[in-house]
Design a protein around this ligand. Structure first.
Ligand code: NAP
Length: 221
């Protein structure tokens, strides 16, 4: 089975994905920062790659362990001590290293509102998440121009309830909505085995909690 290296597997969508893949018997490698609890990953039989996504040496070691036919998934998010977004800076390190090393498929989890979805952001969303969505968009652009086979997954607002099984992928830039983290993990697993997903950017929302918004007028939100 194709091994999968996850950056961001310690919680949220990344951990849900690790659980799903391990249930299938898929080998999972997970980069875990030194001060983060790796127990939930050890308990499911994931291989821990100690390190930080901002450290090119650690990232190279993890990619070497994965091998050129492996799949990379990154869900990382957060701020560095000097205020940079890991969403941009960390993903750049992973993309640059993977571009040298070679991987079968690079799946980057960003957010609704990234890239060509930008004009559909409300002023309220820009005020609340604008900076991080901009950082994620820079990471998306970096991956798109890296030459790697990629897929972008842009979830809507995330919930922690069990999967509804109603998650959907959409290329409509005006779509908004919510989705459970476990449903995002199911969609990532689906994309891994779909050659047609290479080069695509998808919003990920629950079909029962999706809506299509017009481009907001200035001053609304
Ligand atoms: N919250 C929402 O409603 C929402 C909406 C749309 C999109 N998203 C995006 O969807 C993705 C998944 O979100 P989530 O809330 O499920 O997960 P999350 O809680 O944001 O998890 C972030 C992961 O990134 C890891 N990480 C951060 N900095 C790192 C570094 N320097 N090196 C290695 N790992 C690092 C964290 O590890 P540690 O445990 O060590 O900190 C953690 O595993 C994120 O990219 C998020 O921004 C979220």
């Amino acid at each position: 089975m194709t091994p999968v290296l996850i950056f961001g597997a310690t919680r949220g969508v990344g951990l849900e994905l690790a659980r799903l893949l391990r249930r299938d018997g898929t080998p999972v490698l997970a980069m875990v920062r030194p001060r983060t609890d790796a127990l939930p990953l050890l308990e499911i039989g994931a291989d821990i790659m100690p390190g930080d996504a901002l450290d090119p040496v650690a990232v190279k070691q993890a990619l070497d362990a994965l091998g050129a036919q492996g799949i990379v998934v990154s869900t990382i998010s957060g701020r560095t001590e000097d205020g940079r977004y890991v969403d941009d800076a960390g993903n750049r390190v992973i993309v640059d290293t993977a571009a040298i090393r070679g991987v079968r498929h690079f799946i980057l989890v960003t957010s609704i509102g990234c890239g060509e979805m930008m004009p559909f952001r409300s002023e309220r969303a820009i005020a609340a998440f604008g900076d991080v969505v901009d950082a994620k968009t820079r990471a998306e652009t970096h991956l798109k121009t890296s030459g790697l086979p990629f897929t972008l997954i842009r979830p809507g607002g995330l919930g922690n309830e069990p999967a509804t099984g109603r998650g959907m992928l959409s290329e409509n830039p005006a779509i908004h909505g919510f989705i459970q983290r476990e449903d995002v993990a199911l969609l990532i697993r689906q994309v891994m085995s779909d050659p047609g997903a290479i080069g695509k950017a998808y919003a990920a929302v629950d079909r029962d909690r999706a809506r299509i918004d017009p481009i907001p007028e200035a001053g609304t939100g």
